[in-house]
Design a protein around this ligand. Structure first.
Ligand code: B12
Length: 264
């Protein structure tokens, strides 16, 4: 019986630096995009979709799906070839700057160093009612096979839920003597997530003496990486964040002499 040899990571040639999208054959440049136009579904709308695709650099562009979204809008999927090249050497990757710790290590670090529970207050602010994300991080049932922060013996979690007003969040954070405030923003219409986050961070800076503001953490699927400073917060977490990453970050940021071991 012959065995198939699969090359290990060390044997695999490194991927090329300059790449193009792949559809049917390597380097054919095929991409698929979807979008909605404010036009009723007819031939003109379909032509408009193809015109947009061509202006975006897709040539030839094929309309593969068009569906009316009510009487005045049409949703499109367009498949086509682009000529653009991507240089992976120009990609900037923001690496996690702290180790991932096990729950045991996190509890131990807090207990030893703070000698009290670490207090976290969480909420969805503004009109945002999307609580699934913040619950995934905070609730004991957790996310992606990891238990949420409520599971950690040394972390006290106060989850305020949906549509919390910023003044109420500030008041509760003060009352609970929060070490960290965890805010979720999922709706991004009219940049609501940016405005709400800026407003929240300004309110905390106004309410607390300088140097005593709790750690401000925001999360949601559509925050841009690397914008924490501009938004006035300490850290942004995006799509697919797990509770363990957040707990490890809290320890890294708030617990002096936190362990430096990188969990495998
Ligand atoms: C479920 C859902 C709802 C549910 C929410 C129920 C609930 N209790 O949360 C209901 C039906 C109520 C709802 C309502 C609406 N929704 Co909705 N909804 C969704 C949907 C399908 C899934 C969101 C979700 O649960 N994701 C799963 C969680 C686990 O992922 P997550 O939120 O990204 O969270 C992860 C990370 O981002 C991160 N994270 C998130 N928050 C935080 C916070 C911290 C501190 C940290 C560390 C990490 C972190 O960690 C999480 C785990 O990895 C999305 C579409 C989609 N597929 O994403 C639309 C979506 C978010 N909704 C949308 C819209 C428009 C609405 C409505 C306005 C619709 C309407 N016209 O009424 C309303 C608004 C209600 C309101 N006032 O907020 C849009 C938003 C568009 C935009 N650009 O803003 C989306 C994208 C759908 C779409 N494509 O149009 N929605």
């Amino acid at each position: 019986m012959s065995t198939r040899h699969t090359p290990g990571a060390a044997e695999r040639p490194s991927p090329p630096s300059i790449v193009r999208p792949y559809g049917d054959t390597t380097g054919d440049g095929m991409v698929q995009v979807s979008f909605t136009l404010p036009l009723p579904h007819d031939k003109r709308a379909e032509g408009a979709a193809l015109q947009l695709a061509k202006k975006m650099g897709m040539d030839p562009a094929l309309l593969v799906h068009a569906k009316p979204m009510g009487p005045d809008f049409t949703f499109f999927v367009v498949y086509g070839s682009v000529t653009h090249l991507v240089d992976t050497r120009e990609v900037v990757v923001i690496e996690r700057e702290y180790p991932l710790l096990a729950a045991k290590e996190i509890n131990l670090a807090i207990k030893r160093s703070l000698r009290r529970k670490l207090v976290v207050v969480g909420a969805c602010i503004g009109t945002d009612a999307h609580t699934v994300g913040i619950d995934a991080i905070l609730n004991i049932k957790g996310f992606a096979g990891e238990k949420g922060l409520e599971y950690y013996r040394e972390i006290t979690v106060v989850n305020l839920g949906a549509q919390v007003l910023v003044p109420d969040l500030v008041a509760r954070a003060r009352a609970e003597r929060a070490d960290a405030v965890l805010v979720s923003q999922v709706v991004t219409q009219r940049d609501a997530h940016i405005h709400n986050t800026g407003q929240m961070s300004a309110a905390f800076r106004e309410a607390y003496p300088s140097g005593q503001v709790p750690l401000l953490v925001v999360g949601g699927p559509r925050f841009e990486e690397g914008t924490a400073g501009a938004l006035g917060v300490d850290r942004i977490f995006g799509r697919g964040t797990t509770p363990g990453e957040v707990a490890s970050y809290l320890v890294h940021a708030l617990v002096p002499d936190a362990p430096a071991r990188v969990a495998s």
